[in-house]
Design a protein around this ligand. Structure first.
Ligand code: FAD
Length: 326
């Protein structure tokens, strides 16, 4: 008999290169806890067991399956550990963050185990027939549920989409002993952390985002977006038009061909709200739009809209925020 609860939901932890649980893990555990008992799979360098189990417990995982490995192979050890954990736990679903690494592992895991994959979900639920995934699709125009008709659903969860959190607990750690893969794999030969050029939050998974569009007019004027972001402690986003015009780097692009965000607050400055942009931000909890065209489509999805010139409104907003913080 398995030593894990019969309603176990396997959650794969994203681990940072410094060996810490990524900030997205708590939300995936939180979502898993609404449909069963989260069992967290963690793959990390040896020697981190105590620290990681404390972090897992704080995030609400009562069970941790830890695989300590020194391999420099990309993805493969994580995939092997997840396959091994699935055999041991026999979970009702496997939840993985829709991060760069998570997407990679999820696709390979679903193919390897012959299970169906539901990607970029914003929530999960359970009904009489089992686990289902809730999606926001077509640029947020429709909300749909999907469920698998066989096997164990493999689900990737959009970062920032869930506010659910499990109550902190004490995690019981079980060690995984996974046979080392001899198959072809990509390995990391050298690793050097890039120096942080900004103290702003990462766009992916940020709780507040301030984004600017073509309406800013130039890279110099785009500073206004950054200033408002700093006043709010927010990450900086951009429309594709702003990226194409060279106002800011492509990693800041929000939308269909950029990053999908689901923050608590999304401020759109000088962005018209094309469907491809909305696809990446429409699930934000509160959307504030500032645009001088009252008919701009962004106002259709905005909770608060200001019709006016960003260069008049935003400096006043920044002054008000700074005055409030004094
Ligand atoms: C296949 C495909 C994929 C795409 N992927 C993406 C994507 O991932 N992300 C994305 O964003 N776009 C994407 N696009 C492009 C998208 O269709 C739009 O062209 C783009 O989002 C427009 O950017 P924008 O809103 O900044 O510019 P515009 O549409 O030109 O809008 C600028 C807005 O600024 C307002 N404005 C101008 N001056 C001011 C001012 N001083 N104060 C206030 N408001 C002002 C204007 O009224 C206007 O509404 C994609 C397109 C295609 C075809």
């Amino acid at each position: 008999m398995s030593q894990f609860p019969s309603d176990s939901i396997l959650v794969l932890a994203d681990v940072t290169p410094l060996g810490e649980l990524s900030s997205s893990v708590a939300a995936v555990i939180g979502e898993a806890s609404t449909i069963g008992t989260p069992v967290l799979v963690v793959v990390a360098q040896p020697g981190l067991a105590e620290r990681l189990s404390e972090a897992a417990g704080a995030a609400g995982a009562p069970h941790v399956l830890l695989y300590e490995q020194e391999s420099t192979a990309l993805t493969t050890p994580v995939l092997e550990a997840l396959v091994d954990a699935t055999e041991r736990v026999n979970p009702g679903a496997v939840l993985i963050s829709h991060s760069i690494e998570g997407k990679d592992v999820a696709g390979r895991f679903a193919a390897r185990t012959g299970n169906a994959l539901a990607v970029d979900v914003v929530a999960v639920g359970r009904d009489d027939e089992g686990v289902f995934a809730h999606h926001s699709v077509y640029g947020g125009s429709y909300e749909v549920d999907s469920a698998v008709t066989f096997g164990t659903p493999v689900i990737t969860q959009r970062q920032g989409a869930s506010e659910r959190r499990a109550a902190p607990t004490r995690a019981e750690v079980h060690m995984l002993d996974v046979p080392v893969s001899t198959g072809p794999q990509t390995t990391i030969e050298a690793f050097e952390p890039a120096e942080a050029t900004s103290s702003r939050p990462e766009l992916r998974g940020a709780s507040k985002v301030v984004a600017g569009g073509r309406g800013l007019g130039s890279a110099e004027n785009f500073r206004l977006v950054e200033q408002l972001a700093d006043a709010l402690g927010a990450a900086v986003g951009a429309s594709r038009a702003a990226v194409d015009a060279g106002y800011i780097g492509a990693s800041h692009q929000v939308g269909q061909t950029g990053v999908s965000v689901s923050p608590q607050l999304y401020v759109a400055m000088g962005i018209s709200g094309a469907i491809q942009h909305r696809a990446g931000m429409q699930t934000a909890k509160t959307i504030v739009a500032i645009n001088k065209d009252a008919d701009a489509p962004i106002f259709e999805v905005a909770d608060f809209g200001v019709v006016g010139d960003v260069f008049t409104i935003v400096p006043q907003l920044i002054s008000a925020l700074e005055a409030r913080d004094k």
